[in-house]
Design a protein around this ligand. Structure first.
Ligand code: SF4
Length: 276
């Protein structure tokens, strides 16, 4: 009697997904492995929506503000509006953002100006100086409990690290439609990735993490939410997720995960055609 053993075909680790892991890759895979496959293996791009574009332009203006803060310059609300207005059309072309009408574009631009101006006007005068602004960090993924090197690096772009009185504070900017408090669990992967990166890449340990939400209400609102420094339990959870992610990649196992997020999914057409 002969026995045949069928082994899964393991792709060579040369594809882009093997170059690095990021919080956004992990989060998309957690949300739906099929959506992850369509995005990162099949290369299907998500269109730039007005909401996404508003978020990107807001991030750009805040980066501009904090890069000047690093140089000891505090830009005024008017100077920030100028930056947003001057870069708007070029950024729209670069991002493939096509507003339906010129009025829609103007309304979105005014919203970004309002959000950013409100943000800087509400900042505490004694906000600590930035240690890092829109900084790309990378580090090999080495399990802090077992010491196992997973053979792939983690990469992330951290919006802002402030030199707080007690120590570094990692800040992430979000533009949001409502002022509901962000659920810490929903942001845990991203926050823990940033804390891991900061420590591994610089030796610094954060004393807290903040999500700074710029709320797109008619009258813009700014809400800061503070979370505690990451503990070993956060790292254990992150590494458990990363191991499960790598197992799926190794085995090319990308099941669909229908749920409440399907309504906003960019891949619903391809999803309807999917069959394992
Ligand atoms: S529509 Fe739902 S199940 Fe299908 S790919 Fe998108 S998130 Fe996954």
């Amino acid at each position: 009697m002969s026995t045949s053993l069928t082994l899964p075909i393991v792709p060579e680790r040369s594809d882009g997904v093997w170059d690095y892991i990021s919080a956004s890759r992990l989060n998309l895979w957690l949300k739906c492995p099929l959506a992850f496959k369509l995005r990162y293996f099949d290369g299907i791009k998500s269109p730039t929506t007005p909401s996404l574009f508003i978020g990107k332009r807001t991030h750009d203006a805040l980066e501009y503000y904090y890069r000047h803060r690093q140089l000891g310059v505090r830009l005024t609300a008017e100077e920030l509006a100028q930056r947003i207005n001057d870069s708007w059309d070029e950024a729209a072309v670069a991002d493939g953002m096509k507003f339906e009408t010129a009025e829609d574009s103007d309304a979105a631009r005014r919203q970004v100006v309002g959000l950013v101006q409100t943000y800087v006007q509400l900042l505490p005068a004694d906000e600590p100086p930035p240690l890092a602004v829109e900084t790309s960090l990378e580090a090999p993924l080495v399990d802090p409990v077992t010491g196992e090197d997973l053979g792939i690096k983690l990469l992330g772009i951290v919006d802002l690290v402030l030199d707080g009185r007690e120590g570094p504070v990692i800040c992430d900017f979000k533009t949001a439609a409502s002022s509901a408090a962000p659920l810490e669990l929903a942001h845990e992967i991203q926050l823990t990735c940033y804390a891991y990166l900061l420590h591994q890449a610089t030796g610094l340990r954060e004393t807290g993490l903040e999500i700074r939400s710029l709320i797109k209400t008619k009258k813009p609102q700014i809400v800061f939410h503070r979370f505690s420094a990451r503990r070993l339990s956060h790292m254990r959870r992150l590494f458990a997720v990363i191991r499960a992610y790598l197992d799926d990649l190794d085995e090319q196992r990308f099941v669909y995960r229908p749920g409440w997020t399907c309504g906003g999914c960019d891949f619903s057409d391809q999803c309807n055609a999917w069959c394992p």
